[in-house]
Write a protein that binds this ligand. Structure first.
Ligand SMILES: [Zn+2]
Length: 378
C-alpha cells in the first residue's frame, strides 16, 4: 500500500473507520481516494501491522510516532507514522517524507538574484556560522537544506538535527532533536566531537547558550547552519552580539545573518483583480515613492476560493529574506566606538539586502495580496 502510494503521488495514507468498515485512504493534495477497505474487526490488526513496519510497539499511549524506511527496486523511501489512540479507537496516519532532491534548490526559495549571488559566494567559503532567524520554525529547514545542497556534494559528512524529519537526504546523517538529547546529552559540542561533521545543521536553537556553543564549533572550523526564533533581523543581531564572546571573534566567525518570513501565495485559479488601490498612508517613507509607481502600473489581486485551493484562496507559501552578509565592511563597522544599538542600526541601514525586490516582483505578478505583504512596506 505504501509503495503504491509513493508511485501514485499520494502524500498521506490514513487508516480509520468508515461506517462498518475500516478503510485506507490516500491523500494527494486536493484529492482523497479510497485504497482498500476491510471489515471493521480487522481494525486493530491493520493499524498494528503498520506499527510493526515502523518497529513501534503500541501500548496505551495516546500518540506514538516514528520514522521508518522501506527499500524498493528504485531506492529507499522514508515515511513518518503516527498511531493515535482516541476515544473512538485506534487510527494511523502515514506521511511520505518527500525526497529532498526533487524539492529544493537555492534559486527556488525566494531569494532575488542579488541575494542568490551573495549567498552563493558566502557558501563557497565553506566555513563560519550562518544564522536564519524567523518568527516561527516553519520553512527554516527548507531554507537551510537548500543552502547545504548548494555547497555540499555527495561524499561530505553533513549532520542535520531537526525537531522532526521532513525531508530525506541520502547522503546526510539526519538526527531528530530527541536523539541528540539521548545520545549526546543535548550538547552540540559533544555531537560535533563524536560525529566530526563537514557541516552541521541545527534547525532550531532554543537559547543563547546553545547559540554560543555553535559559535565555538564554527570557530573550530566546522561550518554551522542554524535556525533561531526572532521577530526581525535587528533583534536577531542584538541577540548575537549579546552573547558572552569577544565581538572580534564573533565577526570573524559569522558569515551571514538572515531573517525569513513566509507569505501566502494566491491561488492562480480563483484570485480576483480589484480596482481598489492600497492606501499610502501607513507605508514607510522609503517605500512610498516605489508604491506610488506600482499603483500606476500593477493590477492588485485579492483571494477568493475554489475547489482547487479548498476554498482558502491560497496555494502554497514562499519564504522571503532580509540578508545581512558579514562583509569586511561590516566587520570594520562593528569595531567602531559607537554604542552597540546605534552601531547595529547603522550596519543594518547600510548593508541590508532586503526582501523588498522579491515583494515587488510577487505583487507585479499578482501572486500575493497587498495586505499580506504590507509588513514589508513599513
Ligand atoms: Zn482557488
Amino acid at each position: 500500500v505504501l509503495l503504491h502510494a509513493v508511485e501514485a503521488g499520494i502524500s498521506t495514507v490514513r487508516v480509520y473507520p468508515s461506517g462498518r468498515s475500516v478503510a485506507i485512504f490516500g491523500d494527494s493534495g486536493a484529492r482523497r481516494s479510497l485504497l482498500l477497505s476491510f471489515p471493521i474487526r480487522f481494525r486493530e490488526a491493520l493499524v498494528g501491522s503498520f506499527a510493526d513496519l515502523a518497529g513501534l510497539s503500541t501500548g496505551r499511549e495516546c500518540v506514538v510516532e516514528s520514522t521508518f524506511q522501506l527499500e524498493t527496486e528504485t531506492g529507499i523511501r522514508a515515511f513518518r507514522i503516527s498511531v493515535l489512540r482516541g476515544l473512538s479507537g485506534v487510527e494511523t496516519v502515514v506521511t511520505v517524507i518527500p525526497d529532498l532532491r526533487s524539492v529544493i534548490a537555492l534559486d527556488s526559495i525566494g531569494f532575488h538574484p542579488e541575494q542568490t549571488e551573495i549567498t552563493r559566494r558566502l557558501l563557497s567559503m565553506q566555513d563560519g556560522l550562518i544564522l536564519v532567524s524567523s518568527p516561527a520554525a516553519e520553512g527554516v529547514a527548507t531554507t537551510i537544506y537548500a543552502m547545504l545542497r548548494e555547497s555540499y556534494r555527495a561524499g561530505s559528512r553533513v549532520v542535520t538535527v531537526e525537531e522532526t524529519h521532513r525531508f530525506r537526504n541520502d547522503g546526510y546523517i539526519q538526527l531528530e532533536r530527541h536523539e541528540v538529547e539521548k545520545r549526546f546529552g543535548g550538547k552540540w559540542t559533544r555531537l560535533a566531537e563524536t560525529l566530526e561533521p563537514d557541516a552541521l545543521m541545527i534547525e532550531s536553537v532554543s537559547d543563547k547558550k546553545e547559540l554560543l556553543d555553535l559559535v565555538h564549533i564554527a570557530r573550530r572550523g566546522i561550518p554551522v547552519f542554524c535556525g533561531a526564533q526572532g521577530v526581525n533581523l535587528s533583534r536577531t543581531l542584538e541577540t548575537l552580539f549579546s552573547l558572552e564572546v569577544d565581538p572580534f571573534l564573533l565577526v570573524r566567525v559569522v558569515r551571514l545573518v538572515m531573517h525569513q518570513r513566509l507569505v501566502d501565495l494566491l491561488c492562480p485559479e480563483c484570485r480576483r483583480a480589484v480596482p481598489a488601490v492600497p492606501s499610502l498612508q501607513l507605508v514607510g517613507e522609503n517605500y512610498r515613492e516605489k508604491l506610488e509607481t506600482m499603483v500606476q502600473e500593477v493590477t492588485f489581486y485579492v483571494r477568493a476560493g475554489c475547489p482547487r485551493c479548498r476554498g482558502t484562496g491560497y496555494s502554497g507559501k514562499m519564504a522571503l529574506f532580509d540578508l545581512l552578509p558579514f562583509t569586511p565592511g561590516v566587520q570594520h563597522q562593528i569595531f567602531s566606538d559607537e554604542p552597540l544599538e546605534e552601531k547595529l542600526a547603522r550596519i543594518v541601514g547600510e548593508n541590508l539586502r532586503s526582501a523588498f525586490p522579491s515583494v515587488e516582483d510577487l505583487l507585479r505578478r499578482g501572486m500575493v495580496t497587498f495586505d499580506d505583504v504590507f509588513p514589508f512596506f513599513r
